[in-house]
Design a protein around this ligand. Structure first.
Ligand code: HEM
Length: 420
């Protein structure tokens, strides 16, 4: 029997409220006070392990050690994820479903997506030039919703766009909320799942014919390991697993706008149009600003790590925000400094804004490449292609509400396309 030690332990019956109160900083605060990258606590009435940092990420993404089935709380499944989606699969069924997602992430498809994103920005700028003021968060969601649907082969009527944008937004805005906002998210999910399910039925009946490589086509015709088509609800959940997070890029558009505004000397470096500066800027936006606080899994079977025992079935949280702000990994983590990425070693475990590890074998975000490329287009518009004023407003953002969105939703005025 290996010798085991007791993990640093948070005293008390339950700390779910502290987690809600401290939000993105809950794990990091305790990692600092315990002077340990791992500690034990109690959440939702049960023992839970919280951990962060590079080595913690390495063990968390070892698929022999952790499972995802039944790990996420029901309220997150009912709003953000949907039932029977890729997030809750393990082993071969996960690998097979994940291949379906990764099959649409080819360089060719991503190029199509960035071309659509540019087209939608051009159309939006035409409109914004006529508007008194632009609430960037709302407009960005609409740009991304139109982009997502066109790329995914999902036909939407003009009069449906605003409603769909709101519904997809509600799914990620409501995951951590309680009360009416949470129910808004659940209703939105039910409605969109029904609509996409009907669309998939029409694709299978050849009444709707999306392009061959599109999400809608591939997911409608995907077969599971037994050779069966996915049931309509699951197929709809997975199509939404593409549409919803593309709309969520609107949050990064808001943070990109903040960074462009608050760090003019970094913005200046973008004027050359060189991809390396845009890449580093986008990486730093993903590292610096809060988005996903943590990811969760259950211990698959008992193991010992760093002399600490992980008991089977224990809920385990990996600190995403805290790993991206870990002073052992990043010099001056609270400074916005894109240049730090010139020296980054590319490790899949120390920079994890969209999860870590392997895309195909593990749960790392299927849309990370897409997010980076789309963010570069957004950045180019916000930094180089349009001029605008940023009037007085509350640009602060919460470290508690999840997801965090700048309080004013970033208002811009007098938008003008730059003439070169
Ligand atoms: C908007 C910015 C985004 C953020 C911050 C984000 C973050 C994440 C995180 C933290 C995970 C979980 C990783 C884990 O469980 O270990 C994840 C999973 C996932 N993301 Fe994203 N994501 C984003 C955009 C996207 C986009 C644009 C897509 C699709 C086009 C996408 C599709 C997915 C899918 C399908 C999964 C589940 C993967 C799996 O369980 O194997 N995400 N994302």
């Amino acid at each position: 029997m290996p010798h085991t030690n007791q993990m640093p332990q948070e005293e008390g019956i339950d700390h779910s409220l502290s987690l809600l109160r401290e939000g993105y900083l809950y794990i990091l605060n305790r990692r600092h006070s315990f002077n340990s990258d791992i500690f034990e606590t109690r959440l939702l009435g049960k023992k839970a392990i919280c951990m962060g940092g590079k080595e913690a990420a390495e063990v968390f993404y070892d698929t022999d050690k952790f499972n995802r089935q039944d790990a996420a709380p029901n309220r997150v499944v009912q709003t953000l994820f949907g039932k029977n989606g890729v997030q809750a699969l393990d082993g071969q069924p996960h690998k097979h479903r994940k291949e379906m997602f990764m099959s649409i992430m080819s360089p060719n498809e991503i190029e199509k997506l960035t071309a659509i994103t540019k087209k939608q920005w051009e159309l939006a700028v035409d409109k914004w030039e006529q508007m008194d003021k632009v609430i960037l968060y709302e407009e960005a969601q609409e740009i991304m919703c139109r982009t997502a649907c066109e790329w995914a082969g999902v036909p939407v009527q003009e009069d449906e766009v605003k409603g769909l944008t709101k519904d997809l937004g509600a799914m990620f805005e409501s995951a951590a909320s309680i009360g009416p906002s949470h129910w808004l998210g659940r209703n939105a999910r039910n409605q969109v799942e029904k609509w996409i399910g009907e669309l998939i039925e029409k694709v299978r009946a050849k009444e709707v014919n999306p392009p061959e490589n599109s999400t809608l086509h591939r997911f409608a015709w995907h077969r599971d390991l037994e050779g069966n088509l996915l049931d309509l609800e699951t197929a709809a959940v997975e199509v939404i697993n593409i549409l919803r997070p593309i709309v969520a890029i609107a949050i990064f558009i808001n943070f990109t706008a903040l960074a462009v505004y608050h760090y003019p000397e970094e913005r200046k470096k973008l004027e050359s149009g060189e991809d390396k500066y845009a890449q580093m800027f986008v990486q730093e936006v993903r590292r610096f600003y809060p988005f996903f606080p943590f990811v969760v899994a259950l211990v698959k079977k008992e193991f010992t790590w760093k002399s600490y025992k992980f008991e089977e079935g224990t809920l385990t949280l990996l600190d995403i925000y805290g790993t991206n702000h870990d002073p052992k990994i990043w010099d001056n983590p609270e400074v916005f400094n894109p240049d730090r990425f010139a020296k980054w070693d590319g490790s899949p475990f120390n920079f994890i804004p969209q999860g870590g590890g392997d895309y195909f074998m593990g749960h790392r975000c299927a849309g990370e490449w897409v997010t980076i490329e789309v963010m570069k287009v957004n950045l180019d518009y916000l930094a180089n292609r349009i001029d605008y004023e940023v009037p007085d407003q509350d640009l602060s953002f919460s470290m508690v509400s999840m997801p965090s969105i700048p309080h004013s939703k970033v208002v811009i005025k007098n938008v003008k396309r730059r003439i070169y």
